[in-house]
Design a protein around this ligand. Structure first.
Ligand code: MGD
Ligand code: MGD
Ligand code: MO
Length: 760
């Protein structure tokens, strides 16, 4: 019997010029209803998604409104849920049929298409196969191995899906065991925000709440692909547009969702074929060009203030609430327009026009995503956006603020409750007092350092709470052989992926429930909670029958490993906590009283409850006690300017993937149906490089650090991109990204700005 799932190849389509949302997105949901073989009742489950009393979507972290739509899910949220609710099962029989070596020959898509993992599995080096085990044997085996290791040599990774309850227990386990090695997917994502935004505003998260979008009159959008990655956000954007709010987008790629939107929840728009124009101006900034573009906006605002004899800058706010203005002002004045034009790839005229729109607007929100964070100078990108907002007091009042759009559905919350490699960010004194132990105080590993540790042998144990670490990191493949040297690798997962095939001396694959499934414990069915992008906390309760009787919840698995690893402690009650997650919420409230007051009582508040943010109240917990103007040391966020013979590579997500999970091969909103082995570049560049559309080429990384990095077989596709920029899919092109190429401050990999050469 063949377990290979044929990769669907399709002919290519012309580029997409229809609006985001609309019939296309409904058809896409319907197609996935058929294709992912969800079991019956899947649609009922979707109707409960993102509503009070229901479960929170496992896809993005966008806010869940207090008055949800009838169907408060989007095309991609539906795909994520249906992917979880497939009828396919990856059983012990499947593993009996294939050695791990054989499974390495499966594509990523084929691995996940096997369906839900059903039983706890142990890797058997004798047969090179995963074999069925029991939960008791797994916990005992893992505990024994972890006890024998130096805790400092063990890393606990977390992908941003796990609930607040699981995350709190996981972080507590790490500290009781003896390390702060708690990197999470945020280290590859918005760590630039956690570090960079915190440095200048004192807050590691955005300052906006949902109602701010009812009041703003200008939204500036930097490098966030709403139509694909947080589609429900298109609804408040459309409403803002209808009110007369203006939207300006800075993005090298013309993303359909930010151009026009047709609301699938709105029958009139759907039937009439009407659509809402989203962006008033769409500026195709050069990758890494945002510092310069923002400098241009600041320069024009300063000029207008001069022309009008003052009144444009909010001098009262600046005097009372900011520091660093004189140095920044001087730099703005001294930076010549031609330099700004060169580094941003945009014209003075366009930037001046947006500067004027900004100066005219009373309430401005700055939105951003990976286009700002994943650069060598990502932190400066964010500091520049803050500079612009501070010039007119656009932080800390209604309808204004800075709003990073977070990735995984609880990635922000994981940081809130202690998953952090930075001990300074965690109330360790409080934890010591609550649980009677001495917490480790030394800095833990980021994801980049964790990979280095695996490669140089200093990391001996790895526990992965979800995710697909080995495929999400830069320099994919380079570290692969080193995983075999690990004493233990523990993977807690829902579906099979490539990270599970990088077995160590001892490897365990532990299957868990998904969020839509019922989590039954000794005191009854349990609810969990998560924090959205706008800092609101929501309860989530699954009702579906689990995919297999052998599945366990993430809190159960984390507590099971912890109990088997740690010495007894009367204050640490793993069994009680697993029996009743409300007790874990009590612990969270006790540890973080200012954010989680009355946590259990407020669990299912409509729209979630707000954990608060001092920067929103204009209390700046920074080094100067004020919001900080930053004079950037460079106008380009790139680590290395592409020379005459190279290009800047931007790695993209398609509309048919969730991170390393590939749902299909249709990048609908970009009008591309491909095998994903493509490189996009503009027609003139194709010609200048002496290439032809459809030709297969090889990309080489142009960072010279002694390692050759190459991806071959990429088909050239003509696409509307700025000069000097090429785009390709993540994770297929991650082997081109050097591990050491990351944001200077936060170590977030520079996935959006890697210099590459092209060979025909
Ligand atoms: N369906 C779906 N939803 C998802 C995900 C998914 O994979 N699929 N992933 C989730 C996760 S973990 C995350 S972090 C988020 C990611 O969501 P986003 O923040 O939207 O991240 P990306 O898709 O990587 O792309 C960001 C955008 O930045 C643009 N860009 C690239 N370089 C630059 C630049 O230098 N400047 C500017 N201004 N723009 C630039 C790209 O063209 C792209 O439109 O989405 C989350 N939601
Ligand atoms: N080139 C490039 N690389 C990137 C990025 C980029 O833009 N460009 N983006 C980066 C970003 S923003 C991120 S966040 C990372 C993503 O990195 P990760 O979060 O590590 O990766 P995912 O692909 O989201 O993880 C998918 C796996 O999670 C498991 N899973 C799914 N649901 C659950 C669950 O409920 N519980 C458990 N325990 N497991 C579950 C499944 O087994 C699935 O195979 O990738 C980063 N890598
Ligand atoms: Mo992310």
């Amino acid at each position: 019997m063949s377990d290979r799932k044929e990769t669907r190849q399709r002919e290519e389509l012309p580029h997409y010029d229809a609006p985001a949302g609309g019939w296309g997105s409904l058809q896409s949901v319907a197609r996935h209803l058929g294709q992912d073989r969800p079991d019956k009742g899947a649609l009922d489950t979707l109707m409960r998604q993102n509503k009070p009393g229901g479960h929170m979507c496992t896809s993005c972290a966008w806010a869940k409104p207090p008055n949800p739509h009838v169907a408060e899910f989007c095309e991609n949220g539906a795909k994520a849920t249906l992917w979880d609710l497939t009828r396919d099962r990856c059983t012990p029989d499947f593993f009996a049929r294939h050695t791990v070596e054989e499974l390495k020959g499966f594509s990523d898509y084929e691995l996940e298409m096997q369906g839900r993992l059903t039983h706890p599995m142990r890797y058997d080096p004798e047969t090179d196969k995963y074999v069925e085990t029991t939960w008791d044997a797994a916990f005992a085996g893992i505990g024994e191995r972890l006890k024998a290791l130096d805790p400092k040599s063990v890393v606990f990774y977390a992908s941003g899906r796990a609930s607040l309850e699981t995350s709190y227990l996981y972080a507590l386990f790490a500290r009781l065991y003896g390390h702060n090695n708690l990197p999470d997917s945020s280290n590859m994502c918005h760590e630039t925000t956690s570090v960079g935004l915190k440095e200048v505003t004192g807050s590691p998260v955005g300052t906006c709440v949902l109602s701010d979008f009812d009041h703003c009159d200008l939204i500036l959008f930097f490098g966030q692909n709403t139509g694909t990655n947080s589609p429900r956000f298109l609804h408040p954007l459309r409403a803002a547009k209808k009110r007369g709010c203006r939207i300006v987008t800075f993005n090298p790629v013309r993303e359909a969702g930010l151009v026009t939107f047709r609301d699938p929840q709105n029958p009139v728009e759907m039937l009439a074929g009407a659509e809402t124009q989203i962006s008033d101006r769409y500026l195709q900034v050069r990758p890494g060009g945002d510092i310069a573009a923002l400098m241009g906006l600041c320069k024009r605002v300063l000029e207008i203030d001069g022309e009008q004899g003052g009144g444009v800058l909010d001098r009262t706010f600046m005097a009372q609430h900011t520091s660093g203005w004189p140095e920044f002002e001087k730099m703005v004045r001294d930076t010549p327009w031609p330099e700004i034009e060169r580094a941003s790839g945009l014209s003075q005229e366009d930037l001046a026009e947006v500067g004027e729109m900004y100066a005219e607007s009373e309430k401005v929100i700055g939105i951003y995503g990976m286009g700002l964070t994943q650069h060598v100078h990502g932190s400066l990108n964010i500091a520049m956006l803050v500079n612009l907002l501070l010039m007119r007091g656009n932080i800390g009042r209604e309808g204004a603020g800075i709003s990073p759009v977070r990735g995984h559905s609880n990635v922000q919350g994981q940081r809130t409750v202690g998953i952090s490699e930075k001990p300074d960010l965690v109330p360790l004194d409080k934890l010591e007092e609550m649980f009677g132990f001495t917490a480790p105080r030394d800095e833990g590993t980021t994801t980049v350092e964790a990979v280095k540790g695996v490669m140089d042998g200093t990391v001996k144990g790895f526990v992965s709470l979800g995710g697909n670490f080995a495929r999400a990191i830069p320099d994919i493949g380079r570290a692969d052989p080193a995983w075999a040297g690990l004493d233990i690798n523990v993977q807690i997962a829902t579906k099979l992926n490539r990270s599970h095939l990088l077995v160590g001396k001892e490897t365990w694959l532990l299957p868990c429930l998904v969020r839509a499934e019922e989590d039954m414990q000794a005191t009854g069915p349990q609810a969990v909670s998560m924090e959205d992008s706008l800092s609101h906390i929501h309860g989530s309760q699954g009702r579906r029958t689990p995919a297999s009787k052998m599945l366990r919840s993430e809190p159960f698995i984390v507590a099971g490993i912890a109990k088997a690893t740690l010495p007894g402690n009367p204050k640490v009650k793993w069994d009680d906590w697993v029996a009743d997650y409300a007790l874990v919420r009590d612990l969270i409230e006790e540890t973080y009283p200012d954010k989680f007051e009355n946590f259990n009582a407020r669990l299912f508040e409509a729209g979630g409850f707000y954990k608060g943010n001092p920067a929103r109240e204009r209390q700046w917990q920074t080094e100067t006690g004020r919001a900080i103007f930053t004079a950037p040391k460079t106008l380009s966020a790139l680590g290395q300017d592409p020379g005459a013979d190279s290009y800047t590579l931007v790695t993209l997500r398609s509309n048919d993937q969730f991170n390393t999970t590939i749902y299909g091969f249709d990048d609908r909103l970009r009008g591309l149906k491909t095998d994903r082995q493509v490189v996009l570049m503009n027609p003139e560049m194709i010609e200048r490089a002496g290439l032809a559309e459809g030709q297969r080429v090889t990309l080489d990384c142009a960072v010279d650090d002694g390692h050759a990095r190459t991806v071959a077989g990429l088909k050239v596709i003509a696409y509307d991109l700025p000069d000097g920029c090429v785009a390709a899919y993540y994770p297929e092109t991650n082997p081109l990204i050097p591990l050491g190429y990351h944001d200077e401050l936060s170590k977030t990999p520079a996935y959006k700005g890697v210099p590459v050469r092209i060979r025909g």
